[in-house]
Design a protein around this ligand. Structure first.
Ligand code: SF4
Length: 206
């Protein structure tokens, strides 16, 4: 049976992870190691994981179905990296049907085949791009960003730019407003139309 490691299920979120009322489901596992990671539990092997099948997760989340349907909300998958579990996401869509709004918060730094599968079942993608400059991305995440950019091109072709929001953070000690505007320009040329620009607040974590 297709099970995935779930580390948190957070109900009744309003407008933080998508439209309407949402339930955030966080998976364990992430290919990146961001210096100011927002959720280091997602790759700590000591984190308590709950191995769930799509049907089991549906049983846990369906309690809020009426809220989802009334507000245009649904389930947002985060982590960690939810696209590591693309088969699970597809099966979850079969469980919940087409009326729930499903979102994914992803770095897109995963195999292309996972992105293709997710494109078939996710309504809106929040792509945490970090920065398009390969050196900045490498020093901040420990990984190359070529795969992320390639996957983003493919995703735009597959689902259209209206279903993709690209997050561009200002990352203290790693990029500047000028870097961010360069990223925005390049991404706009690639066809991205929806951006979320914000600043990382890291003081309390230092
Ligand atoms: S992609 Fe997210 S979960 Fe993964 S290391 Fe970066 S901030 Fe942490």
């Amino acid at each position: 049976m297709n099970k995935a490691p779930v580390i948190a299920v957070s109900r009744h979120r309003m407008k933080t992870d998508g439209d309407g009322v949402t339930t955030l489901v966080c998976f364990h596992g992430c290919p990146l190691r961001c210096k100011w990671c927002i959720n280091p539990f997602s790759f700590d092997e000591n984190t308590k994981k709950n191995m769930l099948s799509p049907a089991e997760l549906y049983q846990k989340t369906k309690i809020d179905s009426l809220y989802f349907l009334a507000t245009g909300g649904g389930v947002t998958f985060g982590g960690g990296e939810p696209l590591l579990y693309a088969d699970f996401l597809k099966e979850f869509r079969q469980e919940c049907g087409n009326e729930w709004h499903l979102c994914a918060e992803t770095s897109l730094n995963v195999p292309a085949e996972n992105v293709i599968k997710a494109a078939e079942c996710i309504d809106v993608f929040y792509v945490d791009c970090k920065d398009t400059n390969p050196e900045i991305y490498l020093s901040y995440t420990g990984k190359d960003n070529a795969l992320m950019l390639e996957n983003l091109r493919m995703l735009i072709n597959a689902v259209g730019s209206g279903r993709i929001v690209v997050r561009l953070p200002l990352i203290p000690e790693y990029n500047t407003e000028e870097d961010r505007q360069k990223s925005k320009k390049l991404l706009t040329r690639m066809g991205v139309t929806r951006f979320d620009l914000f600043d990382y607040k890291i003081k309390e974590r230092k």
